[in-house]
Every structure is written in structure tokens, then in C-alpha cells.
Write a protein that binds this ligand. Structure first.
Ligand code: AR6
Length: 181
């Protein structure tokens, strides 16, 4: 049974006052464009300093510091949320390189990390659907399925938000979540 509210909203994830927001990072953990750039700009330079320390500590991880599908957690500094979970989505190569399983891992591992860090609410961007080129419609299905499979194991998570940056993604999420507007 799922005791968690799951909803999709249109907006900028850096503005949310949830316990944890998720960043669509790259495996260096050292920032980039898209939502990653927006989060680092809004959080301030201390975020990059913490990411550097984590990356240094994980430099021997194969495919690291943070391989696709994995997640790490940091403070949120100037953001209104408490924590930032940095996960690395797969680059879309056409779907034959394990992209769906890696994308599902991002959602699963982020939720588990949130639970283990006493976060009760979590907000996700549409991981991999920007620079990494994952087709939006396919990514929505993977994201919602992964979340619905994980939430029964994490009852302390009571609110999960999919933050869409564009109307196309919002409509896809609402359709799959069964909400019409
Ligand atoms: N709030 C919510 N969603 C956003 C925001 C925002 N402020 N800004 C962009 N998006 P992307 P990826 C949406 O490219 O595909 C970075 O350089 C955007 O419209 O940010 O996983 C990293 O360092 C899209 O729907 O992430 C990596 O190198 C979604 O966020 C690489 O991009 C994801 O787009 C990761 O690529």
C-alpha cells in the first residue's frame, strides 16, 4: 500500500520547500547546465565545495564519482529545501544500453536515500529528458513505475512531487497519474 501523495506540478524545482530535491547531475558531480546549473546557481558556491569533497572521496568508484543510476546527498545551502540528492541519469542511446533500468535506479535510489536521511517529502525533475535526450514519454512511464514500486517500501515518505519544467511533461505525468486538467 502507498501512503504517499504523488503529484506533478509545473515549475522551478529550486523554489520548492520540500525536505529533499533531486538534481539531474552528471557523474563528475561538479555541476553543469539545465537543472544542475540552476540548482548550483541558486544554492551558492558551498554546494560545489561539498560536491568536490564527495567526488574526491569517491574518485575510485568505477564509472564514478557517481555512475549513472546512483545517488549521493548534500546540504541545500541557500535553497529552501533541506537536502539535495544528486543522481545521474543515463544518456539516451536508443534504449539498448540499459537506459530504462538505469533511469529506474535513479528514482529508486533517490527515494531510499531520502528515507535514510529522514526526509519525508521529495521532489524530482524529469531526469535525463533534457541534455541526455531520453524521450519524454518513455521517461515518464519509467519514472512513475519506479516510484510506485519503491514507495511501498518507504512508508516514511509522505509526499513526492514530479516537477515539470514544460507543459508537455506536465501533461504526460498527469495523464499517467490519472489526473485530467
Ligand atoms: N526546475 C525543474 N526542471 C528543470 C529546471 C528547473 N529549474 N531546469 C531544467 N529543468 P537536464 P539531463 C528540466 O538537461 O537530461 C546537466 O548539464 C529540463 O527541462 O537538466 O538529466 C548535467 O550536469 C528537463 O526536463 O538534465 C548533466 O551533464 C529536465 O530538467 C546533464 O545536464 C532534465 O534536463 C544531465 O542531463
Amino acid at each position: 500500500m502507498i501512503t504517499c501523495t504523488v503529484e506533478a506540478v509545473l515549475g522551478d524545482i529550486t523554489k520548492l520547500s520540500v525536505d529533499a530535491i533531486v538534481n539531474a547531475a552528471n557523474s563528475s558531480l561538479l555541476g553543469g547546465g539545465g537543472v544542475d546549473g540552476a540548482i548550483h546557481r541558486a544554492a551558492g558556491p558551498e554546494l560545489l565545495a561539498e560536491c568536490r569533497r564527495i567526488a574526491e572521496a569517491r574518485r575510485d568508484v568505477e564509472g564514478g564519482p557517481c555512475p549513472a543510476g546512483e545517488a549521493v546527498i548534500t546540504g541545500a545551502y541557500k535553497l529552501p529545501c533541506r537536502k539535495i540528492i544528486h543522481t545521474v541519469g543515463p544518456v539516451w542511446y536508443g534504449g539498448s544500453r540499459g537506459e530504462p533500468a538505469l533511469l529506474a535506479s535513479c528514482y529508486r535510489n533517490s527515494i531510499i536515500l531520502a528515507r535514510d536521511s529522514a526526509c519525508h517529502s521529495i521532489a524530482f525533475p524529469n531526469i535525463s529528458t533534457g541534455v541526455y535526450g531520453y524521450p519524454k514519454e518513455l521517461a515518464v512511464a519509467v519514472a512513475i513505475d519506479a516510484v510506485m514500486e519503491t514507495l511501498p517500501k518507504t512508508p516514511s515518505i509522505t509526499k513526492l512531487v514530479f516537477v515539470c519544467f514544460d507543459r508537455v511533461n506536465l501533461d504526460l505525468y498527469n495523464e499517467k497519474l490519472g489526473i485530467r486538467n
